[in-house]
Design a protein around this ligand. Structure first.
Ligand code: ACO
Length: 329
């Protein structure tokens, strides 16, 4: 029998500190009205002090492991979708491995910005279906607010910190109906986060071009997503003979409520099928879809078993769409 990939547990973690739009008016020339109208975001969670994306990732991973009573020693691979890691190395995945005691696992980070969870799911799916690994932990974690230019009001109001984790295992059943990954390096300058560096004092110095913060062409990102993503989702539905009425829920990357609504409208998904929690968290990078899934199930808005279209996009520009089913997470 062919090997299938089953998603058996999903959980998430956020920072404790809640920062509202009104709080932001103390440091920025902005307003709750502007932020809510343009983005749908009312508040976000922001890490403090020495807390890191690794800490949030570990917490999300521990919750996911506990939820399905999984033995960390049975994890064969940890993929961390961490795009702005605390350190360039060691990998975030290795630090999560240590905290879990998952010492039989291989570990690597996968950087595909906000599309990182679906990129990781596709990677895990390939490892499982090829028979190489059986049990894979995916941890999407980013503390974007540490890399945000707090003087740039058009980008800093968008982000929040969070981590999401998923455990996928080899099974007779298959939750992955289809995944398609895309990337367009021609649009690499739409969202950048350049690392500061310096060369050896004996050679020509490296030109300083970065302040070490996120730089985003918000309008270009918006237009790019609206132009590219709906067609790609339509193609994936057609390729898999999936009718829109068979999709129970649409969960797009939580980047901007206006974008979420415009995508849903373009794809003709009814409002009650669209899952969004951006209002409370802002854009938590690749953790967004996992958090929306977990909260949707916990709040009763999502009723399982169900079929989903997931869609994510981010710096690169990377993007990814998936059609999956879930029985119990
Ligand atoms: N408060 C008040 N005014 C503001 C703010 C703010 N926070 N931010 C911008 N403005 C002003 C601008 O200065 C501008 O003023 P002007 O007309 O006097 O020059 C005006 O509002 C309009 O600015 P725009 O940038 O054109 O506003 P827009 O309607 O495009 O909204 C936004 C900006 C919200 C960023 C939108 O473009 C967007 O959401 N884009 C997509 C972003 C996204 O999805 N990014 C994905 C990141 S994922 C990753 O990989 C990290």
């Amino acid at each position: 029998m062919a090997i299938g990939t089953k998603i058996i547990s999903i959980d998430f973690e956020t920072a404790d500190k809640v920062i509202t739009n009104d709080d932001l008016t103390k440091i920025l020339d902005t307003s709750d009205e502007w932020i809510v109208t343009r983005t749908g975001i009312k508040k976000r969670r922001i890490i403090e002090g020495n807390t890191t994306s690794v800490d949030l990732g570990i917490s999300a991973a521990k919750k996911a492991v506990k939820r399905c009573n999984f033995n960390p020693l049975d994890i064969d691979l940890i993929i961390s979708a961490c795009s702005a890691p605390e350190d360039i190395y060691p990998s975030t995945a290795c630090l999560i491995q240590k905290a879990l005691g998952a010492k039989n696992s291989a570990c690597f980070d996968l950087r595909a910005a906000c599309a990182g969870f679906i990129y990781s799911l596709n990677t895990a799916n390939a490892f499982i279906k090829s028979g190489i690994y059986k049990n894979i932990l995916i941890v999407a974690t980013d503390c974007t607010t540490k890399f945000t230019d707090w003087n740039d009001r058009s980008s800093c109001v968008l982000f929040g910190d969070g981590a999401g984790a998923a455990i996928v295992t080899a099974s007779n059943d298959d939750d992955i109906i289809a995944i398609e990954l895309m990337a367009e390096g021609d649009c690499a300058d739409y969202i950048t986060l350049k690392v500061q560096r310096d060369s050896c004092p004996l050679v020509q110095p490296t030109e300083k071009t970065s302040n070490g913060f996120i730089n985003m062409k918000g309008r270009d990102v918006y237009k790019y997503v609206m132009m590219k993503i709906p067609n790609k989702i339509e193609e994936l539905l057609a390729k898999t003979n999936t009718k829109k009425e068979d999709i129970d829920y649409f969960i797009p990357h939580q980047s901007n409520q206006r974008m979420i609504e415009a995508l849903a409208q373009r794809l003709e998904f009814d409002e009650d099928k669209v899952i969004s929690n951006i209002e409370n968290y802002g854009n938590m990078s690749a953790a967004s879809i996992l958090a929306a899934l977990r909260e949707g199930v916990d709040s009763g808005k999502i009723k399982l078993p169900a079929k989903f279209v997931l869609s994510a996009f981010g710096a690169g520009m990377t993007s990814a769409n998936a059609i999956i089913k879930l029985d119990k997470i």
